[in-house]
Design a protein around this ligand. Structure first.
Ligand SMILES: O=C(O)CCC(=O)C(=O)O
Length: 266
């Protein structure tokens, strides 16, 4: 490369996408790839409104701020956030793979500033460990927990996109500290638009990445779990639902927050 010329931009394949109404398609992608990318779930007006609301948040003792601001369970601070718990296409997929009585275990708003450094390759929760070479052909491990990343910024390669290794939920183990690939596959950036949603299972190998721009990346995470998986509502023993938030919920949102019909153990 002649001196002074910028390095060529690396080429990344785009990930397949699915229409929000195609729940069979997104559920099949979750089985096969461990994730589904769903474009245009939010309008750009909704994206702008969410970003403004995140800018107005003030940290509670269990939040953290710095290069990355991380505000937990924002649904309990303002009914504004409730419609992002039961977004059509996303909640339908959650119910399809986690059961009709699934619930929300967390909802976190992020701002990743220009000095943000992404978390390395990891998985969030491994429901079952398998010996090498991983989950045997023909065996289907159910999804226990899953996360929806609602991107509130466009995601070019430079603005700290999430990376995923397609199929790595079948590794049946966590990545070792030194591992950067699985079965020869490198983590692939999730390049997409603001308003798009990445829905992924908890055992998928994924990572954050560094912010290499002078902009802030905005993200809303909604974590869903089977009814039997614990909700992670800080400050835990001192948790109280805001009555104004509960009063504003529709029946599906109430169930997602834990208002279940009576079952075993209740
Ligand atoms: O910044 C990101 O997109 C990655 C977030 C992540 O890996 C996680 O919350 O587990």
């Amino acid at each position: 490369m002649p001196a002074g010329e910028p390095a060529p931009r690396p080429h990344y394949d785009r990930l397949p996408t699915y229409h929000p109404a195609d729940v069979d398609g997104t559920a099949a992608a979750l089985d096969e790839d461990g994730f589904a990318l769903i474009p245009e779930v939010l309008t750009l007006d909704e994206v702008a409104a969410c970003r403004a609301r995140i800018d107005a948040l003030r940290p509670l003792p269990w939040d953290f701020t710095g290069p990355t601001d991380h505000y937990k369970n924002v649904f309990n601070r303002d009914p504004f956030w409730l419609p992002y718990l039961d977004r059509p296409g996303v909640v339908d997929l959650a119910e399809a793979v986690l059961g009709e009585n699934c619930h929300v275990i967390g909802q976190t708003a992020w701002r990743s500033h220009p000095d943000h450094r992404g978390v390395g390759l990891h998985l969030d929760y491994l429901p079952m460990t398998w010996p090498e070479p991983g989950v045997p052909d023909g065996v289907r491990v159910p999804v226990f927990l899953a996360t929806a990343h609602v991107y509130l910024s466009p995601q070019p390669a430079e603005l700290c996109p999430t990376h995923v290794i397609p199929g790595s939920h079948r590794a049946g183990r966590r990545p070792a500290r030194w591992e950067t690939h699985w079965r020869g596959r490198a983590p692939q950036p999730v390049l997409c638009g603001a308003g798009d949603v990445l829905f992924f299972r908890s055992d998928l190998w994924h990572s954050g990445s560094d912010n290499r721009t002078d902009q802030t990346r905005y993200l809303l995470q909604v974590h869903y779990g089977r009814r039997e998986m614990a909700q992670h509502f800080a400050p835990f023993l001192a948790w109280r639902f805001d009555p104004a938030v509960l009063a504003a919920c529709n029946p599906r949102q109430l169930r997602l927050l834990g208002d279940h019909p009576q079952g075993a153990y209740d």
